[in-house]
Ligand binder design. Sequence first.
Ligand code: NBG
Length: 829
Amino acid sequence: MSDVAERALHTRIARSADAIRRSFIDNLFYVTGRAFDDATPQDHYVALAFTVRDRLLARFVVSRDQRRERGPAKTVAFLSAEYLPGPHLGNNILTLDLWDNTRLAMQQLGLNLETILDAEEEPGLGNGGLGRLAACYLDSMATQQIPAIGYGIRYEYGIFEQRIRDGWQVEVADAWLRGGNPWELTRQHRVQVKFGGRVEHRLDDGGRSRAHWVPATTIEGVAHDTMIPGYGVLNVNLLRLWKAEPREAFDFGAFNTGDYYGAVEQMVAAQNLSKVLYPNDDPEVGKSLRLRQQYFFVSCSLQDMIRLTLRDFGSIARFADRFAVQLNDTHPAVAVAELMRLLVDEHAMSWDAAWELTQRSFAYTNHTLLPEALESWPVELFASVLPRHLEIVYEINARHLDDVRIRFLHDAGRVARLSLIDEGGDGAPRRVRMAHLACVGSHSINGVAAMHSALLRTTVLRDFHDLWPQKFRNITNGVTPRRFVGFANRPLAALLDEVVGGAWLRDLDRLRALEEHADDPAFQARWRDIKRQAKVRLTRHIAAHAPCGTDVDPDSLFDIQVKRIHEYKRQHLNVLHILHLYRLIKEGGQRDLVPRTFVFGGKAAPGYWMAKLIVKLINAVAEVIERDAQVRGLLKVVFVPDFSVKSGHCIYPAADLSEQISTAGKEASGTGNMKFMMNGALTLGTLDGANVEIFEAVGEPNYFAFGKTVEQVEALWRSGYRPREIVERDEALAAVLDLLGSGVFSHGEADRFKPLVDNLLHHDPFLVCADFQDYVACQAHAAEAYRDGHAWTHRSIVNVARSGRFSSDRAVREYDNEVWHTSAPAATA
Ligand code: NBG
């Protein structure tokens, strides 16, 4: 931060504990209307949020002024249907370097900062890793001084709140806005978005055919901005979320003809667009509304970018110099057609010039190989919502396939595979393939871990790779160390400050210097003490929130798996191992096991029945184990309800062992694996996604690897996989499946988990049976390793020391150097 700017900040708004205390008391009164003595923790939160926001605004204004002085800069427009930023208050206090003074100010008032932070409801505007990644990238772009706007949807209801009732997941609506949102600034200008209707083609004055879209409805987008400050720099970027509103509160036409309710209905329909986030992995989502949501936010965002381009450069031809548009998966892929429409139809640009600009602007990140997650829309639905866009998609496709035919003469199969339209057949409808649209419209295509990018090239995007190998690259995901270590694990952060110096939070590679201390007994003792503190903290959280949450032993091995519940992530493999240990104790009388606490957390999509059954299974096993005196002290299973960014803060730091056990080839990257690693957990995992790179970074014996590799998985499928045969050969597995089917975990109701057992015996699509034996052996090996405290601590330190490359700072710099080419200053640190 420059001196001048620093002074400007200080004069605008004071940062001392005194000043913070005074602002807090003012805000408590003027914002919440409460006298000090009547205020609740929620009121304290609001008052402190405004106090911090005032200081953030001061920085925002300075940052904006500086930017204006420098002139318009190329900006990243990050288009994402999901963001999981987590609670803002604590992170902003840390980022603005106000921690000590704020804590002191609260202390002086007899208040506890942690209790206040705990009152914040986080914006759950995403499902899982993809949305959290978007939030990590915003944090890192701000810190790396890459000008950026994150564009998305301001869902009124985010991801549901998960409660556990009788072991089952129950979904409760997430009314995160009910207490207001101190962090957002509502902007005045509104953007119009059209839907449905028809297209007319008329000749313009120059005799050129022009399309005129006559929509059935028009609604408006209202921008809500959240400031995203960089750490250790003045720069503040924006998260701009669109809320849908009716064009006019009433359709006066309808009102005048007496159709009052019709008019109100339209108003409600408009607001529905940004009402609720769709859960992913859900086979039954209401598709039409989702397509509308995607188009809505994309259109608002592109119109906003065009406005800014015209404001700053006076010419739309400069669009690609003003914005690098990153498509976070295919959810915003309709942007390719929308930008073409805006350029050609509304700004009278020629098709070729518009296409050149479009391809120069867009880049696409793919986040999954799972075929069911690759989006496509029935042509009929697409036509009814976006009639003009369908024409544009057809035109893009015709030109694209002409190129393909020239390159690959007489290869009809390839043409069909590369087409933006899946022709359906056998009764299946024709569909628009969104990943194809994204690939054709972008100059860069990347996967999210080395292995995933390699698989993309050889599987789902193989034909595109044949066509344009130069478009392809890998950019391995990363996570922000500010939130996940700096804020979530303050004792560890303090130790790191002391040992490697404070710069590690902006330059995570500096942690490498920790390795010098990895064998130092005094240092190790402090390391272990910090881990234990974190475990005690999690123990308290569990006692307050989890069923079966009492008497967790902080000295047991904390073995943790938190992530969305999905068969490919194989929480059930973890459960089978627990049942195996349970049997060893019950039947073999084994008492010398390393005491373990298995912690699970994660949401199942409301319509994904098998995932919900797995949640029930975990809770059922937890309950039986809880009641069984024979295993007490050795085994404990806990399901932490409502896994979120917020609960993650106390979960990641507490882990000894991080479970990353997806079937090889299924997890694109994973990012929880990185958060655990940064907090000193050892990974027990398959060679899948970014696990492979974690393994490369730490090597043996600092990682517990098991399971079939991608090649072995493929070979197994090719040779005809028969799980039953494996079960017949593996006594331990057979016994565990019997136990599961016996009714022991379902109050004698033997059929409860039968679908799960049958699925494993007859299909086992994620190779749980094939990996079971190796998993159990690897787990036993990890437990043995845990007995040696010195060696384990050494490994834990090595994991943290080598986590530098998993910082999202590294990831966004790669994007910038290879894809976006903004002129952000070179890395400082
Ligand atoms: C998820 C992958 C994860 C990955 C995140 C972020 C989707 C579609 N994909 O493995 O499953 O870490 O994206 O890239 O949500």
